[in-house]
Design a protein around this ligand. Structure first.
Ligand code: ZN
Length: 271
């Protein structure tokens, strides 16, 4: 794909309103933030939902409401999480795929996550891939390690995934791969042909990963899930502010921004 896809991960499971006063939490706030990010140039919204108290949930009714409200406002591609949050069961995490979002994240391995851990065994991955296939939801293969990419090869061999594959390479969560070009190259060396990748730099790797994505021919992810600081000590005023900066950088690099319909066509999503 020649154009650059910008994904905005508007809330995530970990960021709190205490850390980030403008964090969207309710379905209405999520829809508004998704719309502003779309207007700024994001083609994909990566969506988690929260309970009213701000804690993460995989509640189907909440996902349904957020998806409906976003769809009322715009045709941005909606990618829900199935990574959920630390402590959720696989059944809880995969259930919202039945709402037929356009895309969903599919974590490709078990990993330490700061002081916690996230479990994704091969049977869980197979189950998630099959459910996504059943509901025609395009997976984003989230990999936190080179070995996760190797695990995704098994799903490909078992014909549980179809090309073009979309990888989300997550770097710089404490306890996983830090962000540097050597490790990005190691990850990229294991991607199958017919792959696109989005490079996600968490925290202070956020901005370097935007430039890295452009140099390595990948796509960009921004948003409060990954990072709340616009610059040192300054919390971003909105998710859209991150998208606006990413758009400026892409344009300066003389590349085009992918629209939601470009993404729908390329990955064969519903129009
Ligand atoms: Zn997420």
């Amino acid at each position: 794909m020649n154009k650059v896809i910008i994904t905005c991960a508007i809330t995530g499971a970990e960021t709190t309103r205490k850390q980030c006063p403008n964090l969207p939490i309710t379905p209405e706030e999520l829809a508004q933030s998704a719309y502003e990010s779309y207007q700024a140039g994001a083609a994909i919204i990566h969506l988690h939902v929260r309970k009213e108290d701000g804690s993460p949930t995989a509640d189907i009714a909440t996902f349904k409401k957020a998806i409906e409200l976003i769809r009322k406002k715009c045709n941005v591609v909606i990618e829900i999480t199935t990574g959920g949050a630390v402590g959720m069961s696989p059944e809880e995490r995969i259930a919202p795929v039945s709402l037929e979002p356009d895309m969903a994240s599919l974590d490709c391995g078990t990993v330490n996550f700061g002081n916690d851990y996230i479990v994704n065994t091969l049977p869980i991955m197979r189950q998630f891939a099959s459910e996504m296939r059943k509901y025609k939801v395009k997976p984003t293969l989230e990999c936190f390690d080179v070995s996760h990419i190797i695990s995704s090869h098994i799903l490909i061999e078992e014909k549980l995934l179809s090309p073009p594959y979309h990888y989300g390479l997550v770097m710089n969560v404490p306890s996983i791969l830090p962000y540097n070009h050597k490790l990005v190259s190691d990850m990229l060396s294991q991607l199958p042909s017919e792959s696109e990748f989005t490079l996600m730099g968490i925290g202070r790797a956020h901005l370097p990963a935007i430039f890295g994505a452009l140099s390595f021919g990948g796509h960009i992810r921004v948003g409060y899930e990954d990072n709340i600081y616009y610059s040192k000590g300054v919390i971003a005023s909105s998710n859209a502010q991150f998208v606006e900066r990413a758009v400026r950088i892409v344009k300066e690099a003389q590349k085009e921004i992918a629209s939601p319909s470009d993404v729908r066509k390329y990955f064969g999503l519903r129009e």
